[in-house]
Design a protein around this ligand. Structure first.
Ligand SMILES: Cc1ncc(C[n+]2csc(CCOP(=O)(O)OP(=O)(O)O)c2C)c(N)n1
Ligand SMILES: [Mg+2]
Length: 893
């Protein structure tokens, strides 16, 4: 039976709905989209106040964010840009295919760039501003796996030779080659930032954009309109580093930042979100975080179809297909697409009845359409008040056809058969003759060809070629030496920790007329831990908006002061973000021509161990500055326990080739190292950076020893701190101590005196430097067998001394053991292998066996081993010193 009342109601409802929609259309027509939007918002607010629960969705429909009527015409010459892009595509494919023929398995990627070519080319031809336009340059983070495409463009520009392309991934070939991915360390005048460890590009870009603001707000750089572009893969967004920091640029209104996410829906193994929609997922995340989101999903071919879609059927259909299925359409025929996509509703089929299967197949996606991409970029650069993310849909391996287009194997595709090459050649109209096709030859048109003329003109207008890295900058003037003098005098009877010394030195550096302005203190919510709160007031915490509130501690001397010209980057609990700031500041000398000196101090356990990959990227980036591992030393940081107590980082620093690490014990050591570091990095412009551990333990800081200058020894990693008083003693020991354990070693020497052993005390400021020097000598000796052998510095210091050698540090025993082989007798290593404990310092040093008693016992045991004393005597000493020989081994307990 028919329900008459319900039918009438539904009629009424549809009339009502239509009236509302008509009203909206009326406003839209007469007052524009902004007014219409306002009205809708007011209606929604009103509804909420009236208790209507509106369903929340951060998503917009699965269509382009920019409607056709909002688009501007493409300003370039489309046909010629298409030809340039085709040549770049071809040469990028050729270089990978050729490289893998010469050396099978050498790798390289074709399909990433193939999908992103339009995204890059529109940028290169219309947006990315080069270095030569004053301060207005853009900073571009290229997706690492797209490197062949970037090389290929540089080849067309005449910046790379055919030979170099042929040596892609063969960097050691005669004449040099091209690095697999963006590596400024390997190609210092080309690449600026390494991006291939996925997730690092996006986070570095975010902090780069913020650092540009910082430089401008602090008047270290002229205000500019420069933009930071980060290109990333959709799969890459799964890395926590990619999305973990996206609230910062929205909060700080960084409209100088643009992310371009190449949504080819695939990663290495398969689809990114086979059962979902990565574009919609990312849209919601970025919108929720406050970004301007521009979706570029459909190319121009779809515009007339969407225009016909009066009831929203097509939009609905677009929105209900999951990514795995979209990927399937990309590999299927037009007939399949007609049946499965359009066939869902006869009205949809009707819409495309005039299109052939072939035309259906070729309906292009937004990320392959330069007009759509251009409009998205234009809106992005013009957008004010928030960063922009462009979500561009593309096909992975676009243009490869059967060789890999949208296939799951495409990421790894490196070898193309002649037929496959032919298909690519035909598709992109590459003028390579048939008889040469099998070689996959490069193609570069004549220098005066319309393509090269156009390409060069575009780059010239935009400020020169990219990427290009500046290698030369102005050295800093460093004339004052009295900055460091007080530290060389010691603290008399007062005690201090190396952290306190560092903070004092930092505050003096900040006041220095030459260096003060360029010092950048960076801290991840740990300033109070390190006793740095005085700096809040002295130089302020950077905030682009100043301080919009009255701080609770306003009436205290050291209140929490935020200001627009504040100098401290207080990054919150975010070591990765802080490291990204460190990289931005430490590379500003090259990127912005302003040498800034970052001092990034953090909990040492959360450095190399947590964000080691970013530190690796810092090294690759030729970043300069100081990393300071605070609260360092497994037994020196009392109470905090297993997860906080760091006895590892000095070892972790070893393999970072351009990281110079030190574990200083005394104020004068620390001051000497920093003074020399500033000279090496900022005057001599060495591409190195420093890692210094600083500790909490307070003790009297002695004056720099008089007599022989200990400066060279401090810097090389080892010097004699004191000589035994008893010069006639038969029993002798050389005791080596580092960092906060050095005072234990000094006490150990005094203890040994009671046992008739005369001990010299040495400070080891850097096992890492001793290790590198020893290896360098070994290597030289191996290659020059007929010449006078070089003697490692550690051997030069210790091999002429007498007695047993004991070395103690607050780090793993691998450190002293790493230099043992250059000595003419073994080192007895004391160290802190094992998990930490929540305990007091004294108990920890007992537990880990690094206190003065263990130093003494280690020396006595070694003397017994060498038959210089009776072992019974050592048994007795162990007992007398209150050591339980059966105690658990801390290394494994
Ligand atoms: C941290 C990290 N993990 C893994 C890899 C290996 N890897 C290189 S590319 C890739 C897939 C990339 O997919 P996507 O980000 O979607 O980029 P696309 O090539 O599809 O544009 C993977 C897993 C890497 N480079 N870095
Ligand atoms: Mg992808």
């Amino acid at each position: 039976m028919k329900n008459i009342a319900a039918e009438n109601l539904s009629d009424l409802e549809s009339i009502e709905t239509q009236e509302w929609l008509d009203s909206l259309d009326y406003v839209l027509q007469n007052n524009g989209p902004s007014r219409a939007g306002q009205l809708l918002q007011q209606v929604a607010e009103h509804a909420r106040r009236r208790g209507i629960r509106l369903p929340f969705s951060a998503n917009t429909p699965y269509i382009n964010s920019i409607s056709v009527d909002q688009e501007v015409p493409f300003p370039g010459k489309q046909e010629i840009e298409r030809r340039i892009k085709s040549l770049i595509r071809w040469n990028a494919i050729a270089m990978v295919v050729r490289a893998n023929r010469v050396e099978p398995g050498i790798g390289g990627h074709i399909s990433t760039f193939a999908s992103a070519a339009t995204l890059y080319e529109v940028g290169f031809n219309h947006f990315f501003r080069g270095n030569s336009n004053g301060g207005d340059r853009d900073v571009v983070y290229y997706q690492g796996h797209a490197a062949p495409g970037i090389y290929s463009r540089a080849f067309l520009e005449g910046r790379l030779t055919e030979k170099q392309l042929d040596n892609f991934r063969r960097e050691l070939a005669p004449g040099g080659g091209l690095s697999s991915y963006p590596h400024p360390w390997l190609m210092p005048d080309f690449w600026e930032y390494p991006t291939v460890s996925m997730g690092l590009g996006p986070i570095m870009a975010i902090y780069q954009a913020r650092f540009i603001r910082y430089l401008e707000d602090r008047e270290l750089k002229k205000p500019s309109n420069s933009k930071v572009w980060a290109f990333l893969g959709d799969g890459e967004t799964d890395e926590p580093e990619s999305l973990g920091a996206i609230t910062l640029p929205a909060r700080e209104k960084l409209d100088n930042l643009i992310f371009v996410v190449n949504c080819n829906l695939q990663r290495l193994d398969g689809p990114v979100r086979g059962n979902g929609q990565i574009v919609q997922e990312l849209e919601a995340i970025f919108r929720g975080a406050g970004w301007n989101v521009i979706k570029v999903l459909w190319g121009r071919d779809w515009d007339p179809l969407l225009a016909k879609d009066k009831d929203g059927l097509l939009v609905k259909r677009m929105g209900e297909i999951v990514d795995g299925q979209y990927q399937k359409y990309a590999v299927e025929s037009g007939a399949y697409i007609r049946e499965h996509f359009w066939g869902a509703d006869p009205r949809l089929l009707e819409m495309v009845k005039d299109l052939s299967d072939d035309q259906l197949k070729r309906l292009a996606l937004g990320g392959h359409d330069p007009v759509k991409v251009f409009n998205a970029y234009k809106q992005a650069v013009e957008h004010k008040g928030a960063p922009t993310v462009i979500l561009a849909r593309t096909i992975k391996g676009y243009g490869l056809g059967e060789a890999g287009e949208a296939k799951n194997i495409t990421h790894q595709q490196k070898k193309l058969s002649e037929d496959e090459l032919r298909a690519v050649r035909e598709r992109f109209s590459i003028p390579v003759p048939e008889e040469r096709l099998s070689d996959a030859p490069y193609y570069r048109p004549d220098e005066k060809s319309p393509e090269l003329t156009y390409l060069k003109e575009r780059r010239k207008t935009l400020g020169g070629a990219l990427p290009v890295r500046a290698t030369k900058t102005q050295p800093l003037t460093v004339s004052s030496t009295d900055l460091y003098e007080e530290f060389k005098k010691g603290t008399d009877a007062r005690t201090a920790s190396t952290t306190m010394v560092f903070v004092r030195l930092l505050s003096k550096l900040l006041r220095d007329p030459e260096l003060g302005k360029v010092v950048v203190p960076i801290v991840p919510d740990e300033a109070r831990t390190f006793g740095m709160e005085a700096l809040f007031r002295q130089v302020g915490i950077y905030s682009h908006v100043g301080q919009l509130y009255e701080p609770v501690d306003m009436d205290t001397l050291l209140y929490y002061k935020e200001s627009k010209d504040g100098q401290i980057l207080e990054e919150g609990i975010n070591e990765a973000g802080s490291l990204a700031s460190f990289i931005a500041a430490g590379t500003a000398y090259s990127i912005h021509g302003v040498a800034t000196i970052p001092f990034f101090i953090y909990y040492s356990m959360f450095g190399f161990q947590r964000v080691g990959d970013l530190i690796w990227a810092a090294g690759d980036s030729r970043c300069r500055g100081f990393l300071l591992g605070g609260t360092a030393g497994r037994t020196t940081l009392a109470g905090e326990g297993l997860q906080h107590q760091d006895g590892n980082s000095q070892l972790f620093a070893y393999p970072y080739p351009n990281c110079v690490s030190y574990d200083p014990a005394f104020a004068y050591e620390l001051a000497t190292i920093i003074q020399d570091g500033i000279r090496r990095m900022y005057v001599d412009q060495e591409s190195i950076f420093y890692y210094l551990t600083v500790m909490n333990d307070q003790y009297v800081m002695p004056a720099m020893p008089e007599g022989e200058d200990v400066t060279p020894g401090i810097l090389k990693g080892l010097y004699r701190f004191s000589k035994a008083k008893n010069t006639s003693a038969k029993l002798r020991a050389q005791l080596l101590g580092s960092g906060a354990i050095l005072p234990e070693v000094i006490k150990g020497a005094a203890l040994l005196e009671q046992f008739g052993v005369a001990a010299d005390v040495w400070s080891v400021t850097s096992y890492g430097e001793l290790y590198r020097d020893g290896n360098a000598c070994d290597r030289w000796n191996m290659l020059h067998p007929s010449q006078k052998p070089r003697v490692p510095y550690v051997a030069e210091c210790l091999n002429k001394t007498d007695g047993v050698i004991v070395a103690a540090s607050d780090y793993v025993k691998a450190l002293p053991n790493s230099v043992d082989r250059w000595l003419n007798r073994p080192i007895v290593a004391l160290g802190t292998d094992g998990f930490g404990r929540s305990e007091g310092r004294k108990q920890l040093r007992d537990f880990f066996e690094v206190d003065s008693r263990f130093v003494a016992v280690a020396a006595l045991s070694a003397l017994a081993r060498d038959k210089q004393i009776d072992a019974k005597l050592v048994d007795k000493a162990i007992k007398d010193l209150g050591i339980d020989p059966e105690k658990k081994n801390p290394a494994i307990s």
